[in-house]
Design a binder for this molecule. Structure first.
Ligand SMILES: *Cc1c(COP(=O)(O)O)cnc(C)c1O
Length: 357
């Protein structure tokens, strides 16, 4: 099986080997130092400043999205949400459940946000902005510099879901003045799902201590206090945190974040070059290195996904809902190679020969 989905993705052999080991007890100095090292490397790769902190939550990416909303925003806020697909919609749903006043900036499928669109919201007393820097459902990587400048001018709390973009695209948390950056274990970190991570600014930390979320498990004050000694309030997904540690150290040994992004960019470029000439359209204003969204012109995207899975042992990533016949996505994150790309392209060529695409 080759897995080109966008998460969970393929892990390296070392990560799989750790997954086969016994899970140790965690209230120990050894685990505390491992967690401190995880925090240090995450902050380093996010390019966060020295006053920033990282919080590790047990739960998938959505847990960190919801924790961010309930710990940093209240019914007194006036929030802008950039909504270009199902992950933007998830922020809308979370704010709605928790009665946070919001305005949606709805984008058409495949479209990046423009300066003109943002102008309408300039100087309107908004207090925070929520965005998924890479809207994974449609494969659009937003112009984060444009959004960051808008937040700086309007003094907005800047919350960025970078779950599918962190480690795949450039992202400088301190330069962009991001107050909360969210990521999770099963995307470019290439570990099993179950851990989500928040990188928070000093300003965000203050807000967390001022607010009182109606949640026990997701109250970040406890997480912050425990993190000072490299611990978590409750039993975390210990095994995954150990795998994350190995993966972060592997990235560092192989040349750091720049090298990692370069590797993913090369894989994406290689794939996009190899599919030229196939009856596919890529409808995205701005691509992330993490994913290529493909609209097959001649057959249902879902049908192609199923045939690749059942007859070729290759998994691309189907889209859900009303996009399922329209689009599938090919991921470039996780333990993949250019040879894997060639195998997928060979399968496409075979489908073409068979008259399926
Ligand atoms: C994968 C992903 C998530 C997280 O979803 P979970 O299923 O909760 O892990 C959130 N936002 C984006 C942009 C994603 O790609």
């Amino acid at each position: 099986m080759i897995n080109f989905t966008v998460g969970p993705v393929q892990s390296s052999e070392e990560i799989c080997r750790i997954g086969a080991e016994q899970v140790p007890y965690f209230r120990t100095s050894e685990f505390s130092s491992l967690m401190k090292e995880n925090e240090k490397l995450i902050l380093q790769f996010a390019k966060a400043d020295e006053k920033s902190k990282a919080i590790f939550l047990t739960g998938s990416g959505t847990a960190a999205m919801e924790a961010t909303v309930i710990n940093l925003l209240t019914s007194k806020d006036k929030v802008l949400i950039i909504n270009g697909g199902s992950f933007g919609q998830r922020f809308v749903n979370i704010c709605s459940v928790h009665n946070i006043p919001y305005t949606e900036i709805k984008l058409e499928r495949g479209k990046d946000i423009s300066e003109d669109q943002l102008k309408e919201y300039e100087g309107k007393n908004y207090t925070a902005l929520l965005v998924n820097v890479h809207e994974t459902s449609t494969g659009v990587h937003y112009d984060i510099n444009l959004i960051s400048e808008f937040c700086k001018r309007n003094n907005l709390l800047f919350i960025v879901d970078a779950i599918s973009s962190f480690l795949a695209d450039e992202l400088d948390v301190s330069k962009l003045q991001i107050d909360v950056m969210i990521t999770s274990s099963q995307k470019a970190l290439a570990c099993p799902p179950g851990i989500s991570i928040l990188v928070i600014s000093e300003k965000a930390e203050k807000l967390i201590y001022e607010n009182d979320p109606h949640s026990l498990y997701l109250d970040l004050k406890d997480a912050l206090k425990n993190a000072e000694r490299g611990q978590t309030p409750f039993t975390p997904a210990v095994g995954i945190l150990i795998q994350i540690n190995a993966r972060l150290k592997e990235i560092e040994h192989k040349g750091g974040i720049e090298k990692e992004i370069e590797k993913t960019a090369e894989l994406a470029e290689d794939f996009r070059k190899k599919i030229k000439g196939l009856p596919f359209e890529i409808e995205s204003d701005s691509l992330s290195n993490a994913v290529t969204p493909i609209h097959p012109i001649t057959n249902s995207a879902y049908k192609i996904f199923e045939i690749l899975k059942d007859e070729y042992g290759i998994w691309v990533c189907p889209n859900g809902g009303d996009m399922s016949d329209y689009m599938f996505r090919v991921g470039h994150i996780g333990n993949l190679t250019k040879e894997d790309n060639s195998k997928l392209v060979d399968a496409f060529l075979d489908l073409q020969k068979r008259g399926i695409i």
